[in-house]
Unconditional design. Structure first.
Lengths: 354, 692
């Protein structure tokens, strides 16, 4: 955030999260009044990000845009004033966009990439999810009261985070065409955008900035269609297995928690020896996840579940917490369309002396 | 990328037997400004290519040569003639105003015009089909030449107009007769009265152009045209009723009323002359062509046109001073604070393509509202970024200090942000007083003061104030920046009131003294309006704010080089009472509302004018501005002196310095030492530059 000049150290190769911005979450009434499209939100968050990173749009090696709107790509090029030679990709999920960007950086094709994810009135179809959550909750003996207690705790954590100013460094102020400003997160939002600047090690050196976190590994999993709410558990487990890590090697967790019942059922499933053995092919159950490390800022229950940009928003916030408390690893999982989930492992950006 | 495309478009241009390489070579034909060649099918292509210029002006030399060209064509008649411009961006920008400025009496003007008209008639009378192909700006004499052709084609970027009225003239090469004959006469009159050009599409609809087509479609069209296959819509039904005298008389009344609402006919005679010409002779185009000559010559010989042409050149000079350097264009402006001028400046910058970061939330909101209704609104809005942490200060090419309020706080903010600025970035303050800011900065050489004389918009005159340790290169960069924004920068030295207010202050003081003496406020303002000012001195005081004015008067009072004038007690009392305006509402533009108009005696009105002239001479002597032309330009282009009088110093010269000194001396006897003639008056130079 602040000027983080560290020219004397270098970073190992990899993909780094340098900087990010997000818009406040807007509810449908405000969005309609302001007349924001997904593109408007994307452009405003991207412009603010470029400004605070000290970049002109021309300096980017590419842009990856995630929105529900399909015709957005041509306009975003024009509105961000990208040159005709800057590659622009489009996909439909925020963490997918991160994955694509990360692949380009790892392959050495790009040093600086802008990822933008934007929602405007995209309504997740949650009936299948809550149906599946209820059934799983019954199987793993989680009841509604636990879920309510959890929800309350989430709201509490979120309002504490708001009061101690943890959101404000990244949350920009939106302006509509009439000059009206929107600067607070609203309840039950359905719109919002998040812009992230990803860089290679040399990109970081070029901007002389210390990154917030390193993007370490990604895993994608699809749940059986009967139990779509299991997808985050499967993706996270897969990611942990690939890295040979246990639940408690992760300092910060960000799991989809809307509905809360689905999350609690998944946590209970990780403790269930039979489930872990039969379904996940593990010798031992994954165990109990330390609740203080889970969704420390209130997760999407408090900030609102935005299907496209929510994952990026949580990733940015986790990276910030990781950076601020100098923690080791964070895992961010996003529930994607229907029965799929994607998890990203963040690690502290460790410098090696030059 | 762009250059390559420009080049491709240039190569695609349809120039008949000339290819692009030919045109890049120097002209080896018999004429300097024209290139003539015939293609395989015996069609003559005549390209207007004024030597040594990037755009064509229809000057005397070019016209003379055109006569020779036509003579040579008549000796061996081609199958058809195609007239085009060899310049990349435009057909012709109009007549060469230098020619007009050189004419000083009516008889000479008539003689030259008759020659030009004969030439135009030769083009009309050429027995082969003639075709003008127009692109870009096609203005004034250029359009009049095109009107002499049988057919006109245009590319979509063409803009056709007759802007003569802007320099106090009307068209003088036959357009006053040919245009109303060709298109709807009322539209023709409106074009000539407003000076605004028509875009190609609109011109086609009006019938001024026969077909619009992109460059690549032109060869086929030209081929059709010269072979008589082009369908022409030439039934000008709209013109029919206006052949009747009484219809024209009625229409002329309406036109006159509208023209009067824009410009005072007593001071700007051209619109009336044009309307008069049409009303009398519009039914008989041949006679009208003839009468146009005399009307034009009369306007040319009048002082108004001479002064407006002079002003045109001054504007060119100011534009040249602010011509942006293509290698060093500003891309990013950061706005500190939220003053109204600052917000307007930010909005203008966004419209001109700069990225604009704004630190203040209120300013951001204001700026968005300011942009409402502009062309390409979305792109303009996208250029604004709200930046409460002032990240933009480190990126910007220019930081605008539009802070209001406490000086200490302003200094503290600047002291915090200035070290982050890029070494070559500029710091422009919208406050006059640069001194108090200077010590807060690490590099004060980049600090300049900027004051807009009116609302911030394209073409606004801007005073650019440097202080004693300012860098000259920063000044140049600031001029280029303002030029990039489309403003007209005048460099002045950073004295109280800069240039304009300094020059105007004695006149306003005199108006206040007259008010104290018991004259009516409206009468005082009316005297100035009668002279041609846009605004009376008391109305101007309201604009400046009484408290600010008093402060300025006090500063000037304490200066050593200026005769002391105690600010009137009247003003002091008002300021102490917290009064903000002299009169409650804004009076009209040049006639004030009122029942019985009280008039100021001429002697009293002259007091205000002489105070102004004396202070203009003083400011010039004190070196507040580079030279007397720049002073005149600043005063007139900012709307603070009647444009048709050419500026205070030009007006003073036309009255004669000697005569004015005598008047000032008389006044200093009767009114006091404030009228003591400034040492800067130069009566010795009266005769050599005396002109009306």
């Amino acid at each position: 955030m602040d000027s983080q000049n560290s020219p004397s150290v270098t970073l190992p190769t990899g993909t780094y999260l340098l900087e990010g911005t997000r818009t406040p979450g807007l509810n449908s009434a405000s969005r309609a009044r302001a007349g924001f499209s997904a593109l408007d939100l994307a452009v405003q968050s991207a412009h603010a990000l470029l400004l605070r990173s000290g970049l002109a749009a021309g300096a980017l090696d590419g842009v990856v845009l995630a929105t529900g709107a399909s015709q957005a790509a041509d306009q975003v090029r024009q509105r961000l004033q990208l040159g005709s030679l800057t590659p622009l990709q489009q996909c439909s999920q925020g963490l997918d966009a991160i994955t694509r960007a990360s692949q380009q950086i790892r392959s050495g094709d790009a040093d600086l990439l802008l990822v933008i994810a934007s929602d405007a009135a995209t309504q997740p179809d949650s009936t299948a999810m809550s149906e599946s959550a209820k059934r799983l909750a019954a199987l793993f003996e989680v009841d509604e009261e636990d879920a309510e207690a959890y929800e309350q705790a989430c709201r509490q954590r979120s309002s504490e985070a708001e009061q101690s100013g943890l959101f404000s460094p990244y949350r920009i102020t939106l302006f509509d065409r009439h000059g009206e400003a929107y600067d607070t997160d609203q309840h039950t939002p359905d719109s919002g955008a998040c812009a992230l600047l990803l860089a290679s090690a040399s990109g970081c050196a070029q901007l002389k900035r210390q990154p917030l976190a390193r993007l370490s590994r990604q895993a994608l999993a699809r749940a059986p269609s009967d139990y779509p709410s299991l997808a985050p558990l499967l993706a996270s487990t897969r990611l942990l297995q690939a890295e040979q890590l246990g639940l408690n090697d992760i300092d910060l967790w960000e799991l989809p928690d809307a509905p809360a019942l689905a999350l609690l059922a998944n946590l209970a499933a990780w403790q269930d020896a039979r489930f872990c053995e039969r379904q996940l092919a593990l010798e031992h159950p994954m165990g109990r996840l330390d609740p203080t490390s889970l969704n420390p800022l209130g997760g999407s229950l408090a900030l609102g579940a935005l299907p496209v940009s929510g994952g990026c928003r949580q990733l940015l916030q986790q990276a910030d917490t990781l950076h601020r408390h100098a923690l080791g690893r964070a895992l961010v999982c996003e529930q994607q369309a229907a029965d799929q989930a994607q998890a990203w492992l963040l690690a502290r950006a460790e410098e090696t002396p030059a | 990328m762009m250059d390559a495309l420009d080049d491709l478009m240039q190569r695609e241009r349809c120039n008949g037997p000339f290819c692009q390489q030919d045109l890049e070579q120097p002209n080896e034909g018999p004429w300097q400004h024209w290139r003539l060649r015939r293609d395989d099918s015996d069609v003559a292509w005549l390209l207007f290519d004024q030597q040594g210029q990037s755009a064509n002006l229809l000057g005397r030399a070019a016209l003379q040569e055109l006569g020779d060209v036509l003579a040579s064509l008549r000796r061996e008649m081609p199958r058809a003639l195609v007239l085009r411009s060899a310049k990349a961006a435009s057909f012709c920008l109009g007549a060469d105003l230098h020619d007009f400025a050189a004419v000083d009496n009516e008889a000479d003007a008539v003689r030259q015009l008759v020659d030009a008209h004969l030439l135009a008639q030769q083009l009309v009378d050429l027995p082969c089909p003639t075709l003008a192909v127009l692109h870009g700006e096609t203005l004034g004499g250029g359009l009049e030449l095109a009107l002499c052709c049988d057919m006109r084609l245009a590319t979509p970027d063409a803009r056709l107009g007759l802007p003569e009225v802007l320099v106090g003239l009307h068209p003088g090469l036959g357009a006053t007769a040919r245009l109303p004959d060709l298109i709807d006469p009322l539209l023709a009159m409106r074009m000539m009265l407003s000076g605004k050009p028509l875009k190609a599409e609109a011109a086609t609809q009006a019938g001024l152009v026969d077909k619009v087509a992109p460059e690549h479609a032109l060869p086929a069209l030209i081929d059709d045209a010269v072979n008589g296959r082009l369908t022409l819509q030439r039934r000008n039904l709209r013109a029919r009723p206006y052949r009747l005298d009484w219809v024209r008389r009625l229409a002329a009344l309406g036109l006159q009323r509208r023209a009067d609402a824009l410009m005072d006919p007593a001071h700007y005679p051209a619109p009336s002359a044009l309307i008069d010409l049409w009303r009398r002779h519009g039914g008989k185009p041949d006679l009208m062509l003839h009468r146009e000559i005399y009307s034009f010559a009369r306007l040319l010989a009048s002082g108004t046109s001479g002064n407006l042409i002079h002003l045109f050149f001054l504007r060119q000079r100011l534009k040249a001073q602010g011509a942006p350097d293509p290698r060093r264009r500003a891309n990013h402006l950061h706005l500190l604070g939220a003053s109204q001028v600052g917000v307007e400046l930010a909005a203008l910058a966004a419209q001109r393509g700069l990225r604009v970061s704004i630190g203040d939330q209120q300013a951001m909101t204001q700026c968005i509202r300011q942009l409402a209704g502009t062309d390409d609104l979305q792109a303009n809005l996208d250029r604004l970024v709200f930046d409460p942490q002032h990240h933009g200060a480190a990126l910007a090419d220019v930081l605008i200090d539009a802070q209001t309020g406490d000086l200490q706080a302003r200094r503290a903010t600047l002291a915090r942000l200035e070290p982050q600025m890029r070494p070559q970035a500029l710091l422009l303050s919208l406050h006059d007083a640069l001194e108090p800011l200077r010590s807060a900065l690490g590099d004060a050489g980049r600090l300049l003061g900027v004051r807009f004389a009116g609302p911030v918009k394209r073409g606004a005159l801007t005073e650019l104030a440097s202080h004693s340790t300012g860098r000259t290169i920063s000044q140049q960069h600031a001029r280029q920046l303002l030029g990039q924004l489309g403003c007209l920068p005048v460099t002045v030295s950073s004295q109280p009131g800069l240039l304009l207010r300094r020059v105007l202050a004695p006149m306003l003081l005199e108006a206040l003294l007259l008010l104290e003496e018991g004259h009516e406020a409206n009468a005082i303002d009316q005297a100035a309006l009668d002279f041609g000012f846009d605004k009376g001195p008391l109305a101007l005081l309201d604009d400046w704010g009484l408290a600010d004015s008093l402060q300025l008067f006090e500063q000037l009072h304490s200066e050593r080089d200026t005769p002391p004038i105690e600010p009137p007690a009247l003003l002091r009392n008002w300021v102490e009472q917290g009064r903000e305006r002299i009169r409650p509402s804004q009076p009209g533009r040049w006639t004030l509302p009122g029942r019985k108009q009280a008039r100021l005696p001429a002697e009293e009105g002259d007091r205000m004018l002489l105070a102004l002239l004396n202070s203009a001479v003083r400011a010039c002597r004190q070196g507040i501005v580079a030279d007397d032309e720049m002073l005149d330009a600043a005063m007139t282009l900012s709307g603070h002196f009647p444009a048709f009088r050419g500026g205070p110093l030009r007006y003073a010269r036309s009255c004669g310095h000697a005569a004015l000194i005598t008047r000032l001396q008389d006044l200093s006897q009767s009114q006091g030492p404030r009228f003591t003639p400034d040492p800067g008056w130069t009566p010795a130079e009266d005769s050599e530059a005396g002109q009306g």
